[in-house]
Design a protein around this ligand. Structure first.
Ligand code: NAD
Length: 256
């Protein structure tokens, strides 16, 4: 279904981004990976699906590096057809002691990076009159939790950016939507579970139960495969007129 399309998935060396990259590749999309850490095995696994795979190590907190990545995408892949803004970090702290450099980093990586990739991707998408921009927000793009001010502000901002850009391109073949996952068991969440186990002197198993029980009525994690399938659906013709939505995949978290 996505043969001859190119998907850039930011933060795709791990977790949700990697899951989405794999599902898009299964549908035939070429993939540009991005993110930190060792990516060789994941790149080889996606290449084995018979698609072209590139990698650019842009630090998503740095606009000049994002520009270099988009130039690379244009030169090597003829531009980005499906842009998945997924790179993100978390920092948990009460607002009065929230380190200002952490605030700046969370806003830069989780929100401003999507502004930069979006502004740079749209001209090519307009020329082709086709494009998909999928922003990985969060349940925290729709509701808040304490001690996550930067993350909640960034994710609410990302939902706002999604709606605003969706309106700007509403008469074109470009759609812009957000996915708002609840808990997904990735390194980002495992760290929160481990911290909780240490702080409360409980087992990791008990900390996992508590984490889910607090927010997620289904008491289940959403999987990276399920989020990948949602991105595939949003990239399909059935989603041609789905514009500016913030789609919860959160086990009922935001239905409460
Ligand atoms: P993860 O830590 O497994 O992956 C994060 C990815 O982003 C990695 O590839 C990492 O290298 C990359 N990254 C981090 N900082 C970067 C930077 N400065 N430049 C480039 N890449 C960078 O986390 P995840 O759980 O897969 O999270 C992915 C996205 O999903 C994030 O935006 C996160 O906020 C969102 N999300 C996660 C959950 C969850 O429960 N895991 C829930 C809702 C939303």
């Amino acid at each position: 279904m996505l043969k001859n399309k190119t998907a850039l998935v930011t933060g795709s060396t791990s977790g949700i981004g990697l899951g989405i990259a794999k599902q898009l590749a299964k549908q035939g999309a070429n993939i540009i990976m991005n993110g930190f850490g060792d990516y060789a095995a994941a790149k080889a696994e996606i290449e084995a699906m018979g698609v072209k795979v590139g990698y650019h190590g842009a630090d998503m907190s740095k606009p000049a590096e994002i520009e270099a990545m988009m130039t690379y995408a244009a030169a090597e892949f003829g531009g980005v057809d499906i842009l998945v803004n997924n790179a993100g970090i978390q920092h948990v702290s009460p607002v009065e002691t929230f380190p200002t450099e952490k605030w700046d980093a969370v806003i830069a990586i989780n929100l401003s990076s999507a502004f930069h990739t979006t502004r740079l991707a749209i001209p090519t998408m307009r020329a082709k009159n086709w494009g998909r921009i999928i922003n990985i927000a969060s349940a925290h793009g729709l509701v808040a939790s304490a001690n996550k001010t930067a993350y909640v502000a960034a994710k609410h901002g990302l939902v706002g950016l999604t709606k605003s850009v969706a309106l700007e391109v509403a008469t074109t073949g470009i759609t812009v939507n957000a996915i708002c996952p609840g808990w997904v068991l990735t390194p980002l969440v495992q760290k929160q579970i481990d911290d909780r186990a240490i702080n409360e002197k409980i087992s990791v198993e008990q900390a996992t139960k508590e984490l889910l029980g607090e927010k997620e009525p289904s008491l289940q994690f959403t999987t990276t495969e399920q989020l990948g399938e949602l991105a595939v659906f949003m990239s399909s013709p059935a989603a041609d007129n789905i514009r500016g939505v913030a789609w919860a995949a959160d086990g009922g978290w935001t239905a409460q």
